[in-house]
Every structure is written in structure tokens, then in C-alpha cells.
Ligand binder design. Structure first.
Ligand SMILES: [Zn+2]
Length: 165
């Protein structure tokens, strides 16, 4: 069973809860505490004492996770994996469960003729894992990100330019 076959979470009541990153003041995305515990480096996992954490979505901000009540932050050097949308990320992962990179998606499109999400799944294995909660920095399925990168690769194929160049 792939990660996207898991039934969609019911709309949660915290949807209205808005929290700003203590460093860059950008609105964050709420993440499951299990995700934070799984992705911070082992030696600091014990400092995760709050019940609620957010992901800073600003690509230029060094903060990955934070709790705005206590101003506790975890910066990218305290996280086990590079967060794909942050400017420092190397490599850029599309799918964390199967460790498939953006470059692998581009290669699948440009060299192996992949054209759809199914092609990408078959060629690279991306979006076929089921451990998103513990491996993906958002704690969610990577299908949206994989599709975005697929579209970007197809655009590159016709127009010859990448967003990250
Ligand atoms: Zn931030």
C-alpha cells in the first residue's frame, strides 16, 4: 500500500490555529509531534517537550520546526534530513520514504520518458512508501511535491529551464 492510499485525515479542528515562526515571522504549517521527534537528531530528541510544533515554510529561514509559545526552534543543522524547499537543501528530496531526489525525477522524465505520476512511481519508486509521518518533514504524503517536480521537469523538457537554477 502506497502512502497516498491511506484514508485522508478528517478535517482537524486546529485548522484555524495560526502560528508565526519566531525568527522570520512567516506563517508556519502545523506538524505532528511524531514527525518532529523522528526527524531531529537523536541527541536533541529529548528536548522535544512541547505538544505542538510548526514547520517554517520560508525557504530562506534556517528554522525548520518551532513552538511559538516558548520560542523553541530547531534549525536545519539539528534535523537529520535536508528539507527540500529550503535553499540550503542538498540533495533535494522529492520522496523521503524511498529517498528519491528531484534529480532522479528529472532523469526519469528527460531520459526515460516518464510523463505521469504512475510513470514516476514505476521508474523511481517515489511516492510508493508509507512512512511519511516519520520520514517526510511535513509528516505527509509526498505526492503533491512529486507532481510539482514532474511538471517542472516536463516544462524543462520543452522550455529548457529549471526553477532552482
Ligand atoms: Zn522561519
Amino acid at each position: 500500500m502506497g502512502c497516498c492510499d491511506v484514508p485522508k485525515e478528517k478535517i482537524n479542528n486546529d485548522k484555524e490555529e495560526i502560528s508565526l515562526c519566531p525568527v522570520c515571522k512567516t506563517e508556519g504549517e502545523k506538524v505532528n509531534k511524531t514527525t518532529v521527534v523522528s526527524l531531529v537528531k537523536d541527541e536533541i530528541a529529548e528536548s522535544i517537550t512541547e505538544s505542538k510544533y510548526w514547520l517554517c515554510k520560508n525557504s530562506d529561514c534556517e528554522v525548520v520546526y518551532y513552538n511559538s509559545d516558548t520560542n523553541q526552534t530547531f534549525t536545519h543543522d539539528q534535523i537529520k534530513v535536508p528539507v527540500w524547499f529550503k535553499t540550503y537543501a542538498t540533495p533535494i528530496y522529492a520522496c523521503y520514504c524511498k529517498e528519491v531526489t528531484k534529480d532522479a525525477i528529472f532523469e526519469a522524465v528527460l531520459e526515460k520518458g516518464a510523463n505521469t505520476l504512475e510513470d514516476i512511481q514505476q521508474t523511481t519508486g517515489a511516492n510508493t512508501g508509507n512512512d511519511c509521518l516519520k520520514k517526510n518533514p511535513r509528516g505527509k504524503c509526498c505526492s503533491g511535491t512529486v507532481k510539482q517536480m514532474l511538471e517542472e521537469a516536463k516544462r524543462y523538457q520543452t522550455e529548457g529551464k529549471r526553477n532552482d537554477e
